[in-house]
Structure formats: C-alpha cells, structure tokens
Design a protein around this ligand. Structure first.
Ligand code: ADP
Ligand code: ZN
Length: 745
C-alpha cells in the first residue's frame, strides 16, 4: 500500500510514502501522519491510498496520529474544491478545515482527578458539618473534577479525602473533557406552536429534508433563503428543523457570525436539545475557546456524541456525519468571509457542502445579501418569507434627524453629537426607567488629531490613514496595523500647544453623554472596553438586569441581542459607512441601520429609533426608515446592473503589494497586460485597473489592484491560478487573489 500525502509545508504538491504493514490497518484517507522529508520529520494528511507509485525508493510513514482520520473524506473533497475555487494551495485549505488544536502531534486530552459518588452501602456514616456541606454538593452533581469541588465547596483536598476514607466517594484520574459550559445548567425548553408563516417555512424545509433522505428521490436537499424581520421567529424554525434532522438520524451545523455567538444564543440551542426525544450534545466552536476546549469540542463532533454544532465561520468544516442540515444565520454578514488565504466565504462553502452531501441549507436574514436574494428570484434558492414579528409588537418607528439643520440651529457644540430630538428622547427613557442603546461605528475618542494653526494631521507611519485618538489611554492608535504612540504635547510641525481634537468615536459619545445626563448609568462596549474574556457577558448581563441605563457601542451591539426593555435606539452618525469607496457601501449601511433598529421595541412598549445623518435623502437611509427591503433591493440592483457589479457578475480582486510604489505599479500593469492577452476572447469580462487600493499603504506595503468581473468565476479561477504559477516575480512583491471579495479596501 502506498499513501499519497499533502505535507504541512506549502509545496503545492503531494508526496508518496510506503505504508509499513503494521500501520496498514490504522491508516485511512484523511489520517494525519508523520513522515520523513529531506532531513526532517514533517506532519501531513493522507489524501489518497494507491497501489503503485511512479516513484521508486519510497520512504515509509513513521506514525499515524490519533485513532480516527481527522479529515473525513467528504471534508477532504470540500477542501480540494475550496483550494481550486479560491485559488489557494491545497495545503492552506487542509489547514483550515481542521483546527490547529486538533492537528497537533500530541493528543490534546487532559487527565484530572475526579470525585465520584459511590452507590450507598449500608448506613450513612456520621459527617462533620464541613464534610456534610461537601456531600450536599456531591449529591447534586454526582461527579466533579476534584479542583472544581474544592472551588465550589471552598474546601481542601484533605476534607474530600475524608469522605473517600468513609467509603462515600472515589477519587480517580479520568480523561477530562473540557466543556466551556460545564458549570451551567440549562432549563429544557419545548418547541413552540408555530404561527402560520413559520409553519409554512418549516414544512418546506422538512419536505426537502425528507426527500434528501429518500435514496429513490432524484433531487435532495436544496437551499432556502429565510427572509424574516428581526424577531419574526427564525431561530425557532431553526430549532424545530434541527429536531427533525436528529429524528432522521442526521446532524446539523449552525453558523452564526462570531459577534452574535453570545451565551444567549448558545443557551437557546443547548436548552432545547439537552433533553427531549433525541437529546444530544451541542458542540460550540468559536475563537474565544481555549486550545484545549476547542480540541475537546471538535472530538465530541468527530466521535458523533455531539450531533449539533454551533459556531463561527470555520464550523462549516465540522466533521458532522451524516449531515442533514446547515443553517447560516445572518447570511449577509461579511465576517463569514475569511480575509486571509484561503479567502473563503462560509455561506458559499455551506451551499457547496450541502449540495455535495445532500444536506438542506437554510440561509436566514432580515436583510439578505443582494447575491442571495437574487439567487432566490432566479429560483436557485427557494424563498421563505416571515413578514411580521411573532409577538404583536410592531417594528419601531424610525425618525430621521437632519444633522445639517441641527448644526445650523445650534452652531456646533454637544448637538453635533446629540440632536435636540435625540436628547429629549433619551431624557424621556430615563424618566420612564426604560433603556437606550446608542450606536456609532467607530471607536476611540475622535478620529484624528489635527492642528488648527498649520493643518498638521497625525498619520500612521505605516498606513495611509490618520491615527485615532484614545483619550483615556492618552494614545494615538492606527486601527489598521495597531501602531501606537503617545499624544504629543504640542504640534510636531509648528509647536502649537493647542492642538485640536476633531471627529467622533464611541469614547467621546460616552464622555459627552455623561455630561448631558450625569445621573444616567452609561456603559460603553467596543473592542477597547472588552479586555477580559468575560467582559462581554458581564456587560450584557448588567444591561439585561437593568444595572445600565444607556449602552453605547459599535457594531458589536447591533447584532442579535434581545432586550425587551430597550425602547430607544440612537444612531449617532448613519453616514459613516456611506462614503467608503466600495460598491457595497449602500447595501452595508442599509443592513446596519435595519439591524440596529431591530434592537428597539422587542418588549411590550413600542420602540423608537433616531437616525442622525447629514444625507437624510440617501436611498439606503430612506428605505431603512420604511423597513422596505424589496424597495432597496430593486433600486440597488439597477445601479449594480449598470456597472456590471455583483450579483450581475462575480468579482476577483488582484492586489499587488510591495514596499516600492513604482515597482508595484509597474508589475501591476504588466500583470494586466498578461491577463488581457490571455483572456482576450472572453466576452463578458470587465478588466479594471490597475489602480491604487483605496487604502494605498497598509502596514508599510503599497498596494495596487486589478478588479476582474465575469459570470464564469470557476473558469476564471483556473486561469488565474495558471497565471499566478507562471509568474516570476522579485521576492519583495506579493500577489493576492481574492475571489468574491466582500471588502475592496
Ligand atoms: P428571530 O430569530 O427571527 O430574531 P426568534 O426566533 O428569536 O426570532 O423569535 C423572537 C421571539 O419570539 C423569541 O423570544 C421567541 O422565543 C419567540 N417566538 C418565536 N416563535 C414563537 C411562536 N411560534 N410562539 C410564541 N413565541 C415565539
Ligand atoms: Zn498603521
């Protein structure tokens, strides 16, 4: 037997190794192995087992890692597809489909001492009060890691040993599965009776799942786009669809944007499936887990003990088998796209995976991406609509505040941040003990540090952006590369000591707010205030329990949160995202405004939203005000069609980077010529650029871009891979290829 192995080095090829007889039985495709390579030992993945090799003198495989193959054959196929479609090395794709924690050579299990309760033998011995207290805890839990018990019981190992002496418990080492939610108890929930819209949607999804399970059916699976406003009961549909998958003996993957993978979300899934007719573990995969936790969660899936996975982007590769259902919640979210190689989009990978494994895919959103909605109108996806909220609460009233008029009225000052109507609305909520959320998509105190006298602006030495002023830390920071410096005492150019602060960020909003409403309890939530692992959870709990009156934050507070007592949402500057040089700027603003507005009025009292803007008549703002998705879609599609932008085409973005700007430009021009001659016969092709990237310089590198638009992306990808392979470039220049990019800067 000969094994074909892809090594963990990026060599873009496979190598053959002989398989020693004693390893034959434990080796399968997808196994991780250690092999000799030049004078070292290297890890790799077996991608095929074959009978013969064109090479002679093969070296043997040294060892097989783990008891099961880590990459299932289906995930291996998916990785191959990903490498081809996204123009990246197979090695990079394989690296992505199995978490680092699992790919290590040493098994990542942990053994710890556990205390378990023994069945009662005869009469209960007499216990001291301290022993009795420990015993009470043990009676409830039956089994606990020794360290946990010491912590919970505020006791010592000695006291617990006494219980062992009395024959009540045993202390023994045990493979200890780390469970990030181990100390939480979930109150089981029952399926709710669906309303007619929900029921119709679920019936369609179940029908597709049934035909997917029927080997006689020609077609199985399929993709649904579940378009439902916030609070329309999408999650309840997910839960009931998953329950049906379990009944059919299959598993499910639920993708959620990292930012909305809150304890609240996880709890809803765990609580539904911790009991019931088909109880199962729900594995959670996200970036906040420790390496050990991720290792153990992943193996629970691989072993088949966890049949439901909820996670961020990379959970789309979870080794669930057989797979019945993939849900992509908030499918329009850009965080599903990975910004480094492989530059995959988890939603699109989900659709491909579903198709290959005959699993049903449900894409859910209140504001579907134009791409997905377009696919629904073309009947590539089936559209399911939930037009209203579940409860009788109506969607909030959205009021637009024209900041131009406000500024004219008051000549700047605090009103530049808080208009009179918004200020009054906040005052009213404070009086009525209702809560407010204020949203601004920019952290820090002010955007820039600018000198009044000479016009000097503090810029990043590595990137073409201004530095952001963080007042509390008294620092200037680059939000691209992280460059950090202290605030100068005077202008570095003209020595003016009164260097001025302009612009606006969340830190400043918080500051001005506490001066306007000294009695209000204000908390800010953005990546600057979240320093510790549990800060996020703590702030949200404080907000839910009413310890905070006003929550100020970035997009971090825009998503998925459900607080019934929030009756007011204020968007400080709606225009921030409108003026970026990206054809999706309008779409993104529309989505954000709709999402943020959705946070208001989720309880009994009707919600109110104030949108402050300098461009009140912009369509993205007007359609969001009227909660009119379709109106926005139609108008935006017209604009996209004129310019042949997606969804009317697909985009490949080629970026050349290097430290010498002239060289970068020259090479980018040469690349364009090469492509133009190679793709000359393509009729639907638009080849634009090279042009300086909107952010010309980032992390000391200059960047020039080419944008290619076509309908035949799979074919273009193959051409690009061929061109890339044939390039002979100086070491100091890099080309990145981004297929279906979501960000153009
Ligand atoms: P979405 O995911 O669309 O935002 P959710 O599924 O979170 O909506 O539903 C919003 C609220 O309505 C939740 O508190 C949920 O428990 C409740 N809910 C959903 N469906 C029903 C139903 N059929 N009957 C009663 N309450 C429901
Ligand atoms: Zn920088």
């Amino acid at each position: 037997m000969i094994a074909r192995v892809t090594l963990d080095l990026t060599l873009r090829r496979e190598f053959d190794y002989s398989v020693p007889t004693e390893l034959e039985s434990s080796l399968s495709v997808g196994a991780r192995v250690k092999v000799p390579f030049s004078h070292r030992e290297v890890l790799g993945v077996v991608t095929a087992l074959v009978d013969s090799s064109p090479h002679t003198g093969l070296k043997p495989i040294l060892r097989v890692i783990g008891q099961q193959s880590l990459v299932t054959p289906r995930v291996l196929e998916l990785a191959r597809w990903m490498a081809e479609y996204y123009c990246c090395p197979v090695e990079a794709a394989l690296k992505t489909v199995v978490p680092e924690a699992v790919r290590q050579e040493e098994a990542g299990w942990r053994e710890r001492l556990h205390v378990h309760v023994l069945p009662p033998a005869g009469e209960m011995p007499k216990l001291t009060p301290r022993q009795k207290a420990i015993w009470n805890i043990l009676e409830e839990w039956r089994e606990l890691p020794l360290q946990e018990l010491i912590r919970l019981g505020e006791t010592t190992a000695e006291t617990i040993r006494k219980l062992e002496d009395k024959g009540l418990v045993v202390i023994a080492p045990k493979r200890d599965e780390r469970d990030p939610y181990a100390l939480e108890r979930f109150t089981p929930t029952q399926p709710l009776t669906l309303n007619p819209d929900q029921d119709r949607a679920l019936q369609a999804i179940s029908g597709a799942m049934r035909s997917a399970s029927d080997p006689a059916a020609k077609e199985g699976g399929g993709v649904f786009l579940l378009h439902g406003v916030t609070g329309s009961g999408k999650t309840e549909i997910y839960l009931q669809a998953i329950a049906e998958t379990l009944v059919a003996g299959k598993g499910a993957i639920v993708l959620v944007p990292e930012i909305s993978l809150t304890p609240q979300t996880v709890e809803r899934f765990k609580a539904r499936f911790c009991s019931g007719p088909h109880p199962t573990l729900v594995a959670v995969l996200h970036s906040q887990l420790s390496t050990g936790e991720r290792h153990d969660e992943w193996h629970k899936i691989r072993d088949g003990r966890a049949r439901i996975v909820i996670g961020a982007r990379s959970a789309v590769f979870a080794p669930v088998e057989p797979l019945g259902l993939i849900i992509v919640d908030e499918e329009h979210e850009h965080s599903y796209k990975q910004e480094e190689a492989p530059r995959y989009h988890a939603r699109d990978v989900a659709v491909v995976r579903g198709q290959r494994e005959r699993a049903v895919v449900v894409l859910g959103s209140a504001t579907p991406s134009l791409e997905s909605y377009f696919n629904a109108t073309r009947e590539k996806y089936r559209l399911l609509e939930l037009p209203g909220r579940v409860t009788d609460t109506r969607l909030p009233v959205v009021r637009i505040v024209d900041l131009r008029l406000e500024q004219r009225k008051t000549k700047g000052g605090a009103s530049a941040i808080f208009s009179t109507p918004l200020t009054e609305a906040i005052r009213l909520r404070l009086e009525r003990a209702e809560q407010t959320m204020l949203f601004l998509n920019r952290r820090g105190y002010s955007t820039s540090l600018q000198c009044d006298t000479c016009g000097y602006v503090a810029g990043c030495p590595n990137c073409s952006v201004t530095l952001t002023f963080h007042r509390k830390a008294q620092h200037l920071r680059c939000h691209i590369c992280g460059h950090d410096e202290t605030v100068p005492a005077q202008c570095p150019q003209c020595s003016n000591p009164a260097i001025r602060y302009s612009g606006l960020g969340t830190e400043r909003v918080e500051d001005v707010l506490s001066r306007l409403f000294p009695q209000a309890r204000v908390t800010r939530m953005d990546s600057d205030t979240l320093q510790r692992k549990d800060d996020y959870r703590r702030i949200l709990t404080d907000f839910r329990t009413g310890k905070i009156d006003i929550l100020v934050g970035t997009q971090m507070i825009a998503k998925g949160l459900h607080f019934p007592n929030v009756t007011l949402v204020g968007i400080i500057h709606a225009d921030l995202g409108l003026h970026v040089p990206d054809f999706r700027a309008g779409e993104r603003t529309f989505q954000l405004l709709t999402q943020v507005s959705g946070r208001a009025g989720r309880g009994d009292v009707e919600g109110e939203v104030f949108v402050q803007t300098f461009t009140p008549f912009h369509p993205a703002i007007q359609f969001a005000r009227r909660h009119d998705y379709l109106g926005f879609y139609e108008q935006e599609m017209e604009f996209r069609e004129q310019l042949k932008y997606p969804p009317w085409s697909r985009v490949a973005l080629l970026t050349v980077r290097g430290r010498n700007e002239d060289k970068v430009k020259l090479v980018a021009e040469h690349l364009k010529k090469t492509l133009a001659s190679r793709l000359e016969s393509w009729r639907d092709l638009v080849l634009a650029g090279p042009a300086p990237a909107p952010l010309l310089k980032a992390e000391t590198f200059f960047r020039y871009q080419l944008m290619i638009r076509t309908k035949a992306m799979a074919r273009l990808g193959r051409e690009l891979a061929a061109v890339e392979a044939s390039l002979e470039w100086p070491e100091d220049l890099r080309l990145t290829i981004d297929i279906d990019p979501v960000s153009l800067v």
